[in-house]
Design a protein around this ligand. Sequence first.
Ligand code: TRP
Length: 455
Amino acid sequence: MTKNDRANFGSKMGVILASAGSAVGLGNVWRFPYETGNYGGSAFIIIYLGCVILLGLPIMVGEFVIGRRSRTNAAGAFRVLAPGTPWRWVGRMGILASFLILCYYSVVAGWTLEFVAEALTNSFVGKTPADFVASFDEFSTNSWRPLIWLVVFLLLTHFIIVQGVEKGIEKSSKFMMPMLFILIVVLAGCSMTLPGAEKGIEFLLKPDWSKVTGRVFLGAMGQAFFSLSLGLGCLCTYASYFSKETNLTRTAFSVGIIDTFVAVLAGFIIFPAAFSVGIKPDAGPGLIFITLPNVFQQAFSDAPILAYLFSVLFYILLALAALTSTISMHEVVTAYLHEEFKLTRKKAAWMVTSACMVLGTLCSLSLGVLKGATLFGLTFFDLFDFVTAKLMLPFGGLFISIFIGWYLDKKITRQEITNEGSLKVPTYKLIVFILKYVAPIAISLIFIHELGLFK
Ligand code: TRP
């Protein structure tokens, strides 16, 4: 395979947009609000922001260093930089994590298509908040409809992966991301002016530290990794297509800012609206799907045409944002199978897509007929989410920081971060210090505390 089979980022803007396209997705608009709701609001957000700045950004720079230096897939990268060592298992774990996330992520991505269809057929009109809750329950526990959307979504991802992502990702990100951003700002404005929205704003801004436990820290750390696409070599793979001139630190910073903005703004859409219509913030994975239709109906009650246009546009953009993320995960696994096992790219992609359909089906059914089938007290859907976001990604981040901080020759790190000395990067020392000491210690402490490893 030539490198260009994956992604070829033509411009500086393209680099940032493609990486941000991977980062911005359901993690921001769907997972961030429901985890914030689960963990009690504002205090979780503050800890989350701390995780993004202290762990997320330096580790992202670390992934960029590994990717651009090795110029190969996530598993190969460790083999190139650390030949003959067990480090290659870090890459392999990342590839497994990528596959597992793709399985349940595609289920939710499929839900966005159902909502595109509902928005297009104008079926939100005249429904009360209770109706939205009931119809979402009915849909998500249904055995067939979510499965059909899951298959459709995986096929869309598959099609783009097989066609080659060079044009797709960069072009669609360029137009889609700014659109999504504008729409989210408008909707946040609408949501905050709904009657009774103050309570939601308070929930977002007034920290209640009494609710903070070790679980909240693990949740916030996991969410930071998930949202920034970190810990499994996804951004490594993208960085292998960066040019020599790409400023790694600045790119990481831009991606981090874009991603965090979208997540926090999504919070400002969901919670004011949820409190306004009396939906509990800890409603779980369905939170945005039961809350948002209310925003469209109530905020534009005098202008039904606006309600229609905004809802159609929003769900289409959300589905596209999810698509740029599923592509990035699919690509990690496909590239690995293709390069390491010498399968054709098409065959590799089919293997990934069909395996995801099977496991995704399990995840989807576990919200309905298979609700009773649990492992460690979790349904398949929750189990996939827990194992990946709260274990594998932080573990991946831990190993990446140790790899850069302790294993990799500092000369290499310096060359990559400063582009062979041609850039002045005032934060260089700080980044290396964080990767060497702060990140490994912080991640380990959170693990030890929450998982009771040493109890
Ligand atoms: N970050 C994406 C989101 O927020 C999901 C995602 C894409 C991801 N690639 C990843 C998560 C790699 C972890 C690792 O929706």
